[in-house]
Design a protein. Structure first.
Length: 350
């Protein structure tokens, strides 16, 4: 059933590029080699090339969009790095500048080119363009600093959104019945769980939620390690969506940012075995389970659905399992918090 007082996030499209099968048709590659683990720098006489570049072909979107999130899966070994860029164009128009999403790993800070006079600024991890576009191109620079290590890239994903599309959010439950995935719970406020005091003070919901999902998939990692990998040194935050996905992928998992306008569709993702890290916002009184809490942006883990259709989450913003583990949020309250913040989820799986 459509719910008129829940924000409609728009129409969304996911475009994925698998790089474990070589350089896809339409893409150009310089100084790169194809391996089963993805694209790597070409090598000669035991030395990797100093630099290489992948430029995708033009992604023609199925409908015009005005928002874009780019994510990637791969690994940048020590003494190597990636630099990720994309550009967009309206049909018949001029290309935007190359937006610089960021360097991975960020051994040094770079000036990021994040603004375009026609399409507007890139805000940390999402382009919210001032006009619609129909096409996109991605470019990835590979770098080996001493020739002994290479980064490897397995997958690129674009999530494009037409936020101006008209529609109504579907909040009805799917017909699959109740379920609950046993995702281990962690508190972002626990000094033993989040050993880095600076991380706790800055807000550690993002690395804590990501760590819960990684541990669910059998990766014995600490929150501090995930936070260290995911830190965005330009924005000085631990919650950059693209960096969180990239950090998880360095443990061999796949992941991307997805956006939703239906709770039933989100539900099916989790029901199929992949707990989702959901981005929410709420004011005081919005959530019955914590009426005094408010947040302009918070991450938690959706793990199931109750018999009555309410949503079961692991919320890292709690001091004890009683208030944070398998918390049940009324379905409408969850929908308002989730779709009100854009319907964004990080989906990570083997």
């Amino acid at each position: 059933m459509p719910e008129s007082n829940v924000r409609f996030t728009g129409e969304h499209e996911l475009v994925e590029l698998d790089l474990t099968r070589g350089v896809p048709d339409g893409c150009s590659a310089e100084n790169l080699s194809a391996t089963e683990s993805g694209l790597v720098l070409a090598s000669s006489a035991g030395q990797f090339a100093e630099s290489g570049c992948l430029e995708t072909g033009v992604f023609a979107l199925s409908r015009s969009a005005n928002e874009l999130v780019m994510t990637w899966n791969g690994n940048a070994a020590e003494r190597s790095s990636f630099l990720f860029e994309f550009k967009v164009r309206a049909s018949g128009g001029q290309w935007s500048v190359w937006y610089t999403l960021g360097m991975w790993k960020p051994e040094k800070r770079l000036k990021m080119f994040r603004d375009d006079p026609e399409y507007g600024p890139l805000n940390v991890d999402i382009l919210k363009a001032t006009r619609h576009f129909d096409e996109a191109v991605c470019r990835v620079h590979f770098r080996s600093y001493y020739g002994d290590r290479t980064p490897s890239l397995r997958r690129l994903t674009l999530c494009a959104t037409d936020s101006a599309a008209e529609g109504q959010t579907e909040i009805d439950a799917s017909d699959g019945g109740a379920f609950d995935i046993a995702v281990p719970w962690l508190s972002q406020h626990d000094p033993e769980t989040v050993a880095d005091e600076q991380m706790r003070k800055a807000g550690a919901c993002a690395p804590t939620s990501t760590t819960m999902v990684l541990r669910y998939w059998g990766v014995p990692v600490e929150v501090a390690e995930v936070g260290r990998r995911a830190l965005d040194p330009s924005a000085r935050i631990f919650g950059n969506w693209a960096f969180l996905v990239a950090a998880a992928s360095e443990f061999g998992l796949h992941g991307c940012v997805r956006r939703f306008n239906s709770l039933a569709v989100l539900e099916r993702v989790v029901r199929n075995g992949s707990p989702a890290i959901v981005s929410v916002s709420y004011r005081k009184g919005d959530l019955t389970a914590k009426p005094q809490a408010e947040s302009s942006g918070h991450l938690m883990v959706l793990r199931g659905v109750a018999t009555n259709g309410d949503m079961i989450v692991n919320d890292p913003d709690a001091a004890s399992p009683e208030s944070g583990e398998a918390v049940v949020y009324p379905r409408l309250e969850f929908a308002r918090a989730f779709f009100g913040h854009g319907g964004v989820a990080l989906v990570i799986h083997p």
